[in-house]
Design a protein around this ligand. Structure first.
Ligand SMILES: C[S@@+](CC[C@H](N)C(=O)[O-])C[C@H]1O[C@@H](n2cnc3c(N)ncnc32)[C@H](O)[C@@H]1O
Length: 323
């Protein structure tokens, strides 16, 4: 039995990791207005459809943040478990659930410890939550998700697609926010496939507030596919976003995978000859073949980690990948 405190406790003398420090109110201020609640509600409708969820499905939301997807999914009648490390995020999540009058099983724990949870009909992991650790740890997490799904259960994994963003790095972006200006600097290291991002809020008085620097492993699509398949998943769909967008390898800033848990001893679901649109590649994937949604060239939209309850009209622009 795994020690449940293993990941929550910082050994004395050790510096906390960035992901233990970043996700608090400063972080929410930084992303204020970037992803309105109604975007997340539409994401939830997409998730429902893309995973072909049955009524009252049991869903694990891995790294659920403040519940912006967990709560709308619960409102759709599903039984949702939200795993989240940050107590502050969970406080916001609880109050969002209370306002929406829904029950969610909030679990404050590290995503590397899913002991005792499940079984689930589906797992979602949205906005580049996978990428904070080393490759072996990521593989363990995906295997742990697989173990907790029922046979034929589905996993929806939403990651940043570095192939579409490489030409933009290194980058500096500035965005006005209620607290001042959000400044973000990103540098990609091709030898480690990690993106290092520093963020600061410049207040109106000229004073700056720095956020912890993030270092995120970005998986190229072929690596994500391998990660899923190595854990026992079969890829069913690859989208370029959370709205049925077809995937374009050099344009889509998101890679959204739907993968199914194979039944024991059962081969693939077929479709090995199908194409992954935008990749010129195949196997086992039946992504939408519509060419319309992302055909107009790269957008500045990068999946953003957090939404605010304010009613800003559009998705995030010009920001680095979420952390
Ligand atoms: C980029 S945010 C995404 C949140 C949510 N999925 C969304 O779309 O709003 C990543 C979330 O993962 C949480 N997180 C970071 N490290 C974690 C860990 N080791 N275990 C569980 N959650 C973690 C953070 O606290 C944060 O809320």
């Amino acid at each position: 039995m795994m020690d449940v405190f293993r990941f929550l406790a910082v050994p004395s003398g050790a510096m906390p990791a960035w992901w233990e420090e970043l996700f608090d109110d400063r972080y929410l201020r930084f992303y204020d207005g970037l992803l309105p609640l109604r975007e997340a509600t539409a994401d939830a409708a997409f998730v429902d459809r893309a995973l072909a969820l049955r009524p009252r499905s049991r869903i694990l939301d891995l790294g659920c943040g403040f519940g912006r997807h967990a709560v709308p999914l619960a409102r759709r009648g599903h039984r949702v478990t939200g795993v989240e490390l940050s107590e502050r995020m969970l406080e916001h999540a609880r109050s969002l659930a209370t306002s929406a009058k829904v029950e969610v099983d909030w679990q404050r724990r590290d995503m590397r410890d899913l002991d005792g949870l499940g079984p689930f009909d589906a797992c979602i992991c949205l906005y580049t939550v996978l990428g904070y650790f080393d490759d072996d740890e990521h593989a363990r997490i995906v295997r742990a998700v697989h173990e907790r799904l029922v046979p034929r259960g589905r996993f929806l994994l939403d990651l940043t697609n570095p192939l579409a963003l490489l030409p933009r790095w290194p980058s500096t972006t500035r965005r006005e926010i209620p607290a001042g200006v959000a400044v973000e600097r990103s540098v990609y290291d091709p030898l480690t496939a990690r993106l290092t991002t520093s963020r600061a809020i410049q207040g109106p008085d000229g004073r700056g507030e720095e956020l912890p620097v993030t270092v995120v492993r970005l998986y190229a699509p072929h690596e994500t596919k391998r990660l899923l398949e190595a854990a026992g998943f079969e890829v069913e769909q690859l989208y370029g976003g959370l709205r049925d967008k077809p995937f374009r390898w050099n344009r889509s800033v998101q890679q959204v995978w739907v993968a199914g848990r194979l039944e024991e001893g059962v081969g693939g679901r077929g479709g090995k000859d199908q194409q992954i649109p935008g990749t010129g590649h195949s196997p086992g994937v039946g992504a939408s073949s519509s060419a319309s949604a992302s055909a107009s060239g790269p957008t500045a939209q990068i999946p953003g980690p957090i939404m605010s309850s304010s009613a800003s009209a559009s998705a995030p622009t010009g920001q680095t990948p979420p952390t």
